[in-house]
Design a protein around this ligand. Structure first.
Ligand code: ADP
Ligand code: MG
Ligand code: ZN
Length: 608
């Protein structure tokens, strides 16, 4: 946009230069000698005149010599009265309209500079505005009202999430039949906080509430509040609520409220006061609803832990609706919703896909189906096959394959041993998930991958599971060490994850007998908040020392386990790795066949 404006400006400047040049060089405006009218009359009689130009009362005379003269005709007298008629036929008499081009040229010459200055000013202002959107409209909320008829979302579009929906059905009823509740003396809740991981459908649900209740839906995102001028956020909130009240019953939806609703006094860096003021304004508005104001505020966040407690007080966002990552049944339903307009081949088994995607959110599943459709289309298929679906699961879960990053022979061999090392240790330990796939095709950041898949969704992790998982994480590192006598940098990610798990076991889950069931350093990993940066460690240096020691013991135990398993299965490690080098990818069955042994399985049982 600025580029085109620059072009316009250049054009204007050129036009100005041309115009002034024209004015300056115009022969008609050449200085002519001012003479009395009697001189003209004399020259006329002496036949010295070539032409006379008449413009109102002024005469411009060109002599036969080429010289020019100017004179003024006395008021009320025609040329004839002055004896300057065309009787003498070789004098050209030319009458020019008073409002002719010269007049306009003069006017234009006077105006152009002002026009130019005005254009320039407007241009500057536009520029400044486009640089900081909203400079001209800062007080106004940019809340969007969702068109009720077009793209209307209903609960039917939200698959699974049944508990959340049940809670929200009530909210819809409040909006539709407020009397029913107020006549009972019940207070209609003012705020609902939707809590859930990114992509679990919070925004979708909020829209569905508005669609079901058939009321205006004012939506704004928390991140929009945090803008350039202090006080803008607060005045936007005021404006937003004013609009919502005017259109009540209505819904105000504040998406990503954690952007403004973080605990006060913990942030790092700027933008702090702004946030506080915005937050205060939201609270003030919510407190200020008169009874009977039928506006419900729905907020969404994926960081309930960082919210200011003031937001969650009764009378504010006192209703909390938690949206979980979908379980296998819900994944099935979500896949069904998003596969409605896609043609599938007979072999496509969405139930199998649902089983293979624990931890996927609604957004991930939608993305998965979309990837599968793109893949099928790029191969000019008429329908989406199961193979396309499988490929897309991998793509969404692990990142796209990097066919272009070709490993050299040596890297391939090391990667094969490394991955098979992971797989064998996991296969031999009873508390790990079964190996789903082993591959030395690089993806994302990883050179190879060993992918485990639980038989069913899991909500609890036991101590033995952690120990076994740690051992299989170290399996890659150990395999390299055994096979090549040294290790490569390929294990650094594994080691990092292992250390994290071990530390969490000690400080978070009370799984270290030495340290005991005490949690150390609450609120881990919330650097986002700024809390961890100003770290208040709630334990002593001596305890930190103990924790470090315990973490080390846990990791070393896992290392020993991995080493003993792989040492015992050295020959098999070599054989399976060599086979993997040939085929590059093993499925679960292929791996089991190559290894020649069934997976060890154990379940936790009550001891008495
Ligand atoms: P959030 O706001 O929780 O981050 P969104 O509501 O933006 O997530 O969800 C992103 C997309 O994922 C939605 O537009 C929708 O297509 C899909 N999605 C998420 N959850 C579901 C669900 N339960 N049913 C159907 N689609 C879903
Ligand atoms: Mg969202
Ligand atoms: Zn590894």
């Amino acid at each position: 946009m600025p580029r085109r404006r620059n072009g316009l400006l250049t054009l204007l400047i050129i036009a100005l230069i041309v115009a002034s040049a024209y004015i300056l060089l115009n022969p008609q405006l050449e200085a002519a000698v001012e003479v009395p009218i009697t001189t003209i009359q004399q020259q006329y009689r002496a036949k010295e005149i070539k032409s006379i130009k008449v413009e109102g009362s002024s005469l411009t005379v060109e002599l036969k010599t080429g010289a020019k003269e100017k004179s003024t005709r006395p008021a009320g007298e025609t040329l004839k009265d002055l004896g300057l008629s065309e009787a003498d036929s070789d004098v050209v008499i030319q009458a020019v309209d008073n409002t002719g081009s010269d007049f306009w040229l003069n006017v234009l010459a006077g105006i152009i500079p002002f026009v130019l200055i005005a254009v320039f000013l407007v241009y500057m202002m536009r520029q400044a505005q486009s640089h900081n959107q909203g400079a001209m409209s800062f007080g106004q909320s940019r809340a969007t009202v969702v068109d009720k008829e077009k793209n209307k979302t209903t609960f039917a579009d939200v698959a699974g999430a049944n508990e959340a929906k049940a809670e929200l059905v009530e909210v819809v009823d409040f909006l539709k039949n407020p009397k029913k509740y107020t006549s009972m003396g019940a207070k209609i809740p003012k705020g609902v906080m939707l809590v859930g991981a990114p992509g679990t459908g919070k925004t979708l649900l909020a829209r569905a509430v508005a669609g079901e209740a058939n009321v205006p839906f004012f939506s704004i995102s928390g991140s929009e509040f945090v803008e350039m001028f202090v006080g803008v956020g607060a005045s936007r909130v005021r404006d937003l609520f004013k609009k919502a009240k005017r259109n009540s019953p209505s819904i105000v939806f504040v998406d990503e409220i954690d952007a403004v609703g973080r605990q006060r006094g913990t942030g790092v860096g700027g933008g702090h006061d702004e946030r506080e003021q915005t937050l205060n304004q939201i609270l003030t508005e919510m407190d200020g609803f008169e009874t009977g104001t039928n506006v419900i505020v729905i907020a969404a966040t994926n960081r309930p832990d960082v919210l200011d407690p003031a937001l969650l007080r009764p009378g504010r966002f006192d209703r909390r609706v938690v949206i979980d990552v979908p379980d296998v049944k819900e994944r099935n339903e979500i896949l069904a919703v998003h596969s409605r307009n896609k043609p599938f081949a007979k072999d496509a088994d969405l139930e199998k896909v649902a089983k293979q995607t624990p931890g996927f959110t609604g957004a991930d599943l939608e993305n998965l189906l979309n990837e599968a459709a793109i893949l099928a289309a790029s191969k000019s298929q008429k329908t989406i096959t199961h193979e396309d679906l499988e490929k897309s699961i991998e793509k969404v879960a692990l990142g796209p394959e990097k066919k272009s990053r070709v490993l050299n022979e040596e890297e391939k061999i090391v990667t094969a041993y490394h991955e098979v090392g992971h797989a064998i240790v996991a296969h031999m330990l009873p508390h790990t998930d079964p190996v789903h796939k082993v591959s030395i095709v690089s993806r994302g950041m990883a050179l190879g991958v060993t992918w485990y898949l639980p038989k069913e969704d899991r909500h609890l992790a036991s101590e033995s599971r952690f120990h076994d998982e740690l051992a299989s994480l170290l399996g890659g590192h150990v395999a390299e060490e055994l096979a090549f006598g040294e290790v490569t940098t390929g294990s650094s990610n594994d080691l990092e994850r292992a250390s994290k798990i071990a530390r969490a076991m000690v400080t978070k889950y009370g799984m270290s007998h030495k340290i005991g069931p005490v949690i150390y350093g609450s609120n881990h990993g919330s650097v986002f908040l700024g809390k961890d940066l100003m770290h208040e460690r709630d334990y002593s240096d001596a305890m930190a020392n103990e924790i470090d020691k315990e973490v080390k013991v846990i990791v070393e135990t896992a290392y020993t386990t991995a080493k003993s398993i792989l040492t015992k299965n050295k020959e098999k490690l070599k054989k399976v790795a060599n086979e993997l080098l040939k085929v590059e990818t093993f499925t679960a069955e292929e791996f089991e066949k190559a290894f020649g042994e069934k997976k060890a399985v154990a379940k936790i049982k009550p001891k008495f």
